[in-house]
Design a protein around this ligand. Structure first.
Ligand code: GRF
Length: 214
């Protein structure tokens, strides 16, 4: 427990593999004062030319690259975990990080790793979730922010945001509208976790009280 009045800023480690729009949305929420008590300590990518990494550098964030291709998972993850510890990261946010995590990595940050997925889990886990949802013909789609456990897109759900699938949608327009919801959802989920005002009952995340998000 932090002594009263001395609550420390929560340091985020953001893991990306691609364009990094969720990372940018989190950075904007912090910059615009909509996500308080949080700072981005480091942005890490497993892909050297990830566009999100370039944006992170431009914005002046600490960045690191650990190429995962061809490296044993446990070894790669140990290097990433060491970097996160070095930057005194409290909460790890996967934001388009296209890698399964080793059990050792997950064990190093118990209930301290979040992921965002572009479907209403447990429907459409895995790759191209928006296309899966579109092809299935669902009428409601959305996104999920959840704790990461050892199974793919599986841990306790923190929050979901839903949108209708329009008759005029194609998979691209649907993905774009889901992405807009993701950009709201991730900051909101981080605020909820940082508030500490929740408990995990089985696989249920249950809030104790409304968090203050702004
Ligand atoms: C998002 O759709 C996210 O839900 C999924 O990967 C995509 C990453 O997009 N896990 P971005 O790199 O944050 O723009």
């Amino acid at each position: 427990m932090e002594p009263e009045g001395q609550k420390r800023t929560t340091r985020l480690g953001i893991l990306i593999s691609g364009r990094g729009s969720n990372f940018l949305a989190i950075a904007n929420s912090i910059r615009e004062g909509r996500l308080n008590g949080v700072e981005i300590a480091v942005v890490i990518s497993n892909v050297a030319d990830a566009p999100g990494l370039e944006k992170a550098r431009e914005l002046g964030f600490a960045t690191a690259v650990f190429i995962s291709k061809g490296r044993p998972r446990a070894e790669h993850d140990a290097a990433v975990a060491a970097c996160l510890h070095e930057h005194r990261v409290d909460l790890v946010c996967l934001a388009g990080y296209m890698r399964l995590l080793s059990p050792e990595f997950i064990g190093a940050f118990p209930y301290r790793i979040l992921n965002i997925h572009p479907s209403l889990l447990p429907a459409f886990a895995g790759l191209e979730a928006q296309q899966q949802a579109f092809d299935y013909g669902v009428k409601i789609a959305g996104c999920t922010v959840h704790f990461v456990d050892e199974h793919l897109d599986h841990g306790a759900i923190i929050l979901q945001r839903a949108i209708p699938v329009l008759d005029s949608d194609d998979a691209h327009s649907l993905a774009a509208r889901i992405l807009a919801e993701e950009h709201i959802a991730y900051s909101e989920a981080i605020a909820r976790v940082v508030s500490g005002e929740y408990e995990i009952r089985g696989r249920r995340y249950v809030r104790r009280q409304e968090p203050s998000t702004r």
